[in-house]
Write a protein that binds this ligand. Structure first.
Ligand SMILES: [Zn+2]
Length: 291
């Protein structure tokens, strides 16, 4: 998020630096913008489906996003985010301690997702899971949901995020397959192809709220909470190096890449949630440098 401010003020400089050092600054700012709601209230981030936006308001303001009250830190910072299929307008209400009331419909830009339609497939031969498997899946989903309910005062999310792993990007946020006309669950993470045992580091600081070495779908799984309900989830890990409750610094080694759970091959699947909203991690990091 800090990058966007830098870009705003030093844009000509950064553009010339980009020409010298490559094009690494460009995609970062594809959507990032600053919207000013009042002289002391502004929003900065990606006003796009899957995007995150950081708000700054006078301390002790009350903020209601999409008709729900959200946390405002003592310094006046808050965070909002948009779903994959977020409607084009989401309501934001801010009341300041000096009695001002702002009510704004936040415009959210639409995105194009990669939709793959495959027709004429033979009827699925997959049999429904055994009751014990279904109850395990339910229990694990509840575990993850519980971890993502956490709402801490910490604002680790203000750090500029870094990639947790490096490699070719083999899957992106929002993509979806439609099989025989039936839409499957969209893909919400960014997949980084990396060998089993490759390092996974914390993209930003946080607290580990879930560390389960063996979940049915996602195998070795870690949820790292960055504050205000924003969390990262890392899937299919072969080795977990942290445990629930650990305080982690940005860049710290937390796990090893794997192919555990229902994975087609070794990769890191990195997802991000703002409570129940699924946001796109890739919007927070610079372009992948695979060299
Ligand atoms: Zn994935």
């Amino acid at each position: 998020m800090k990058r966007a401010i830098i870009f705003q003020y030093f844009s000509p400089l950064i553009q010339s630096l980009s020409l010298v050092f490559g094009l690494s600054f460009i995609s970062l700012n594809l959507y990032a913008e600053i919207r000013t709601l009042s002289n002391d209230i502004n929003l900065e981030g990606n006003f796009v489906q899957g995007g995150l936006v950081i708000g700054k308001t006078p301390p002790n303001s009350r903020v209601i996003f999409d008709h729900k009250s959200i946390r405002v830190s003592s310094n006046g910072t808050f965070i909002i985010g948009f779903n994959r299929d977020e409607p084009s307008k989401v309501n934001l209400e801010i009341s300041t301690p000096d009695g001002r009331a702002i009510n704004e419909d936040i415009r959210v830009n639409k995105r194009q997702y990669n939709i793959q339609r495959i027709d004429g497939l033979p009827k699925s031969k997959v049999t429904p899971g055994k009751p014990e498997v279904l109850s395990r899946i339910k229990k694990e989903a509840a575990q993850a949901a519980h971890a993502r309910k956490r709402d801490d005062e910490r604002f680790d999310y203000l750090e500029s995020f870094i990639w947790p792993s490096s490699g070719r990007i083999s899957g992106v946020y929002g993509s979806q397959r439609v099989l025989n006309g039936k839409p499957k669950r969209p893909h919400f993470g960014v997949d980084v192809a990396a060998p089993i045992g490759a390092n996974v580091v914390a993209p930003a600081s946080g607290v580990v709220t879930l560390a389960n070495p063996d979940m049915f779908y996602s195998g070795g799984t870690i949820i790292l909470d960055h504050g205000h309900g924003l969390s990262s989830t890392f899937l299919h890990l072969s080795k977990l190096l942290v445990k629930t409750g650990d305080r982690i610094k940005q860049g710290e080694l937390i796990a090893k890449v794997g192919a555990t759970g229902r994975a087609t091959g070794a990769h890191l699947d990195w997802r991000m949630n703002l409570f129940e909203r699924r946001v796109d991690p890739q919007l927070l990091v610079p372009p992948m440098d695979t060299k």
